[in-house]
Design a protein around this ligand. Structure first.
Ligand code: NAG
Ligand code: NAG
Length: 358
């Protein structure tokens, strides 16, 4: 009798323990998909399928991909943050590009990327290099949902979209490829603060649109220290190749406005869990404490001279490409290495857990 009572108590305790641990693991494993919007920082290959010169489909791009070198269109030596986030969430190690004919809706149900290198929040930015404008990424997202419903039925399609983590990274090209580079169009039309406000309004409209389409878990990245990209340092030779402080200042003031907008959206749509990701501060940490992260060069890209090459100028005939990209902050003159992408993926997930996005 006593034994059996003790036994049933132990059974009950074990049962409670099992329930508790199941609940915990369910809470962490409950992300059905990673859905990606933005530019080259997160484009996993869409530009390979459209007529644009802005591509990363030749070696040495992708030389450190899992399973061996493969130039997939990712602007880097390996994987991008969305891939690493997907893997960390127990989903596939690569997030497929929506336009890649090698994948279908069953793959996209576990992760899909609508991003396009060279695009921006401003429609005019996508025109510069004939890439996919952000509004078109949203149209693809709506089309994707129709395909999900056709394949899995309305209830499951809805559960996938609501549960998915939406990763958004965009904005650098609006300043560096459009406003400051062209120095016509928007430059003539807007002052810097006006252009920032225009972009933040565009970002808000975008987030509102995907929320309306069912997105509930979202991360929105701010700008990096864009004045410290190798390409911008190169244009700054007269000042010793240092960071272009004017651009970093713009990044800081734009970021502050984006962060405030994200806070407002959270208040306006209580069911929208959206987090702002402070990329800038993380970049500054790497640049000011490279040793702490095992980095030896934070000023030049690994590929070629590292001062101006990206896309087709970063190729196998270009001399001087480094051997170990893990010692570099930048892979080419514009994009970080996989090592840095790992740190960004980790930071993004940490923020998601802290802020209740996941
Ligand atoms: C961008 O273009 C789309 C489609 O033409 C349009 O609906 C949208 O209003 C435009 N956005 C801006 C900010 O001009
Ligand atoms: C981020 O990195 C730290 C240190 O390596 C690790 O302890 C932590 O689990 C990582 N977080 C995530 C969400 O992967």
């Amino acid at each position: 009798m006593a034994t059996s009572r003790r036994h049933s108590k132990i059974t009950a305790a074990l049962f409670l323990l099992a329930v508790a641990s199941t609940t915990a693991s369910v809470a962490r494993a409950r992300v059905p998909a990673v859905i990606v919007f933005g530019d080259s920082t997160v484009d996993t290959g869409n530009n390979n399928q459209i007529p644009t010169p802005l591509r990363a489909d030749i070696p040495p791009y992708g030389r450190d991909m899992p399973g061996g070198p493969r130039a997939t269109g990712r602007f880097g030596n390996g994987r991008l943050p969305p891939d690493l986030i997907s893997e960390a969430l127990g989903l596939p190690p690569l997030v497929p590009a929506y336009l890649d004919p090698a994948y279908g809706i069953k793959d996209f149900a576990r992760g899909v990327c609508f991003a396009s290198a060279g695009t921006g929040i401003d429609n005019a930015t996508a025109d510069v290099l004939s890439v996919i404008p952000l509004w078109k990424e949203v149209e693809f997202y709506a089309e994707y949902q129709r395909r999900l419903r056709a394949q899995f039925g309305a209830a499951r399609a809805r559960a996938i979209v609501r549960g998915a983590l939406h990763v958004v990274s965009i904005g650098t090209n609006d300043f560096l490829e459009n406003y400051f580079l062209l120095a016509t169009g928007r430059f003539a039309e807007f002052t810097v603060p006006e252009f920032e406000d225009f972009l933040v309004a565009g970002a808000r409209a975008f987030l509102t649109a995907i929320h309306r389409l069912g997105a509930r878990r979202v991360t929105f990245a701010g700008l990096a220290a864009i004045g410290c990209l190798p390409l911008e340092r190169t244009t700054n030779v007269l000042r010793g190749g240092g960071c272009v402080e004017e651009f970093n200042e713009v990044a800081r003031s734009y970021n502050a406005k984006v962060e405030a907008m994200v806070r407002e959206l959270r208040a306006e749509f209580p069911r929208l869990k959206v987090a702002y990701i402070s990329v800038y501060e993380n970049f500054v940490k790497l640049i000011t404490n490279p040793d702490q992260f095992g980095l030896e060069n934070v000023e030049e890209g690994c590929c070629a001279t590292g001062r101006f090459e990206m896309g087709y100028m970063c190729n196998e005939d270009a001399p001087l490409t480094c051997d170990d990209a893990d010692k570099f902050l930048f892979w080419d003159a514009f994009h970080p290495t996989e090592k840095v992408n790992r740190l960004m993926a980790n930071h993004t997930l940490e923020v998601c857990y802290q802020e209740g996005v996941l």
